[in-house]
Design a protein around this ligand. Structure first.
Ligand SMILES: [Zn+2]
Length: 523
């Protein structure tokens, strides 16, 4: 039996690595198709914790439930129910927010979600729910958590040289989920509660480059002889590569980009000295794995796979956001101003414009974006950057005007709507802003900033109870449950409480308390 790359959390923790357990690690996550995760609407928030499809929450708060662990050798794949997996995923996502910066840029979010959903739809389990997001970390990493939550680090995205390379990593992660070798969670005595398990899993997946985070998670569950590991075996990796490549090809991305990116990853390890990219810790890349993947990719007919403009623009934006003002990004775009197709040169100009905007050189940025928007009127990102320039320069009425036109031109674009709403709030149109927020696609509620904007709108409308209530949801989504509790208390002390709102606040308070207690509970 192959040795697994188990990550132990502390010396006192015992790690399972027996062959039998390595075998059954793929059964911990159920593979039953779930409908796309239904988020609570602001209206029904507070009715049973917002979890509408789970009958198990009616008797007790969600946090009280435990993860049922497998009997060894059980391969039925029904270890946790779909409702529990969904809850575990949500907790995991909240824990990540508490530990690391999850990108909340609606444009970036829309792109990563679109490429991810395209791959998921072409995977071998198209009904499985997935949520994709970008982690603002320069370390090269991508990971899959419970409930189909797949994160890609900004450092990995800027390292890709083609959209298919990014897609190949995401397809690989999707396959770990659909093939159920996602994670292995186990404990010796008693059972890990979902909040503490989620926090711990988040810490493990974020890796050793953040030791204080791992420590925090260990503290949270201290006292129990808990075992917890992620060990993708070589077989798991090969399967994820094989299935991932099928998904990649079915989604019309280049299968050859998978071995190409693996090779680049391997080469990159030289620059890390002793530190290996986190991705390689949880997904070891071996020579034979690369050659197997290369061989398989070669069976597909060769053709060109042009990058989407969405990929190029998103990568440019992420490069600017993660640039530590070293001038590296400026150099990068500068060197590409006269390279490639007209579209690629336009992206280099866009990058320069974003750097200007970041440096508050509004005039320069405005000129660039206005020209680009004029040249590419069908590309919303250029015109949006033009509107954003006015916003950042505090010309709010101008910004609101530009956004309004864009919303009319691109009615399905939620990213523009969200930016428009921020401009409405700056131009004393809180009523309109609130109505637009409430009518946005519920997917936008995955961005904690959504709740912050809603709280701002109610604050501007002089409805402090509602404002505190939604600020509580913001803190909760950010993994700051204690701050959420404080906001509910402030809401309860506010004027303008009616019976309905009071009962919602009571329910949310009880729910947040139960989560907090469970997260802290020592075994
Ligand atoms: Zn892997």
């Amino acid at each position: 039996m192959l040795k697994t790359s188990a990550i132990t959390l502390a010396l006192s923790l015992i790690v399972f690595s027996t062959p039998q357990q390595a075998e059954d690690q793929r059964v911990i996550v159920t593979n039953k198709g779930l409908p796309p995760s239904q988020l609570p609407t602001p209206q029904d928030m507070g009715k049973g914790g917002g979890d509408q499809d789970s009958s198990t929450t009616s008797q007790q708060p969600r946090g009280i439930k435990k993860i049922e662990l497998p009997d060894m050798g059980d391969s039925s794949g029904t270890l946790i129910s779909p409702a529990e997996e969904k809850e575990f995923g949500e907790e995991f996502f909240r824990s990540l927010h508490a530990q690391i910066t999850i990108n909340q840029d609606a444009e970036i979010q829309e792109y990563i979600q679109s490429i991810g959903q395209k791959l998921a739809a072409n995977s071998d389990s198209p009904g499985h729910p997935f949520h994709f997001f970008v982690v603002m970390e320069n370390d090269i990493n991508a990971f899959a958590g419970p409930g189909g939550y797949i994160g890609v680090n900004s450092g990995l995205i800027t390292m890709t040289e083609a959209e298919s390379e990014l897609a190949s990593v995401m397809a690989h992660e999707i396959s770990h989920v659909t093939q159920r070798h996602l994670f292995r969670a186990a404990e010796a005595a008693g059972r890990l509660t979902i909040p503490s398990a989620a926090g711990m899993l988040a810490a493990i997946l974020l890796g050793t480059q953040s030791p204080q985070m791992g420590q925090a998670a260990i503290m949270a569950i201290m006292g129990g002889s808990i075992q917890f590991q992620i060990n993708f075996t070589r077989e798991n990796e090969e399967e994820a590569d094989r299935v991932g490549m099928q998904t990649l090809a079915a989604s019309r991305y280049d299968p050859r980009s998978m071995p190409t990116f693996f090779e680049r990853l391997q080469q990159a390890t030289r620059f890390y000295g002793q530190g290996v990219p986190e991705f390689l810790r949880t997904h070891p890349v071996t020579e034979s794995r690369i050659s197997d993947t290369r061989g398989r990719a070669e069976t597909y007919p060769y053709k060109q796979y042009p990058d989407s403009l969405g990929y190029l623009l998103t990568k440019a934006k992420i490069r600017v956001l993660s640039d530590a003002n070293t001038g590296a990004a400026a150099e990068y775009f500068q060197s590409r101003l006269n390279l490639g197709t007209p579209e690629q040169r336009a992206v280099a100009r866009y990058g320069m414009g974003l750097l200007d905007l970041k440096a508050e050189k509004f005039k320069e940025a405005e000129t660039i974006f206005q020209t680009l928007a004029h040249e590419y009127p069908e590309q919303p990102q250029y015109a949006t950057a033009f509107a954003r320039t006015a916003f950042d320069a505090h010309n709010y009425p101008v910004a609101a005007n530009r956004y309004q036109k864009l919303v009319e031109q691109f009615p399905d674009n939620d990213a523009i709507k969200l930016e428009y709403i921020t401009a409405l709030l700056k131009t004393d149109k809180a009523d309109l802003a609130r109505n637009k927020l409430l009518s946005l696609n519920p997917q936008m509620q995955r961005l904690p900033n959504y709740w912050q904007l809603l709280a701002q709108a109610y604050s501007d409308l002089h409805q402090p109870a509602e404002s505190h209530r939604f600020l509580a949801e913001y803190y909760y989504a950010m993994g700051q449950t204690q701050d959420a509790i404080l906001q509910i208390r402030l809401a309860q002390e506010s004027k303008g409480l009616n019976f309905q709102l009071s009962s919602i606040l009571n329910e949310r308070l009880n729910y947040f308390f139960s989560q907090e207690i469970e997260a802290k509970r020592k075994k």
